[in-house]
Design a protein. Sequence first.
Length: 353
Amino acid sequence: MHKLFFLSIVALLLFTGTDCKDKPPVVPPENKPDTTSHNFTFTTYTFGGNAGSSYFKDVAIINDTDIWAVGQIYTSPETTYNAAHWNGKEWELKKISVIYNGNKITPNLEGIFTFSSTDIWVSSGVPAHYDGNTWTQYHLFDMGILSQTDGAVNKIWGTSSTNLYIVGNAGTIVHYNGSTWSKQESGTTIDLRDVWGSADGKTVWACGESNNGFASILLKYENNQWKTIWERNGPNSIEPYGYNVGSVWSKKQAIYITSSNGVFQIKDTISLKMKDNFSEYSRSLRGNEEYDMLTCGEGGRMWHYNGVDWKKLLENSNYFLMGANIKNNIAIAVGTDYGIGFGAGLIYVGRRN
């Protein structure tokens, strides 16, 4: 009996030892970065061009059946539009008109920012808001918010229509809390051309450049104060961004900026050029996530970042691209196609395969 028990224990130990020896070691899964697909199928749309130089400067994607591009489109010497709207089937030219001094006007538009189909902001040098029925203009100069030494506003960003930042020429920055407009001191007179902030609205970034190309600036708003992070005044390149900063976009705790030295990520006050980056100037940068970003700019070029590398999606020397956006699986760049007449308004739409 004892002998049988002893043999059983030995057999069990041998079996267990053999099993452990033959079993492969446990390898933890590889920590790969999140990625998205570079594969988009693009369609080109052009408007005007033969009656005057037309352009789109900015684009907003609400959903795949509600997209807005804004700018100035001449279909004849007497007929001007300032927007195009995608309804899911086609683009339709629109006149976004406001009342000024008792007259109905259709101004050229510089920027657009949307929260929903019934909460849309545009800039025509002054902001205007759409509530689903009516466009209301806020003429900040006539209201006394801005003086004649301030500049026309260009780009808009906010967490809601009760926390809105608008930047413009001559270093102009205004904030809207849903009832009151207030001018904020930027500390610069350089034209500001883009603005973006954190999801909680506590940190906001703005950037811009002068028309002569000899000045550029990057600003940060934190603790109720705008501070200069980087500035160039004069003909010389200034590290790390070179000659100009073109666009800003934020996700989580990082801010991404385009510059004449490429795209950089700023995190915890450290500025790092992104891996496998291209070294060219992009005028607009937008993203879904940190691993799904789109830029457009010089040489009619559009680039996409998928979390690992950048891929050139477009290059056309006839194109002058001024605005980009990406949402879900739709990527868009807008600008002018100078291969058509005096220049046609261009909308270049990609859908991810």
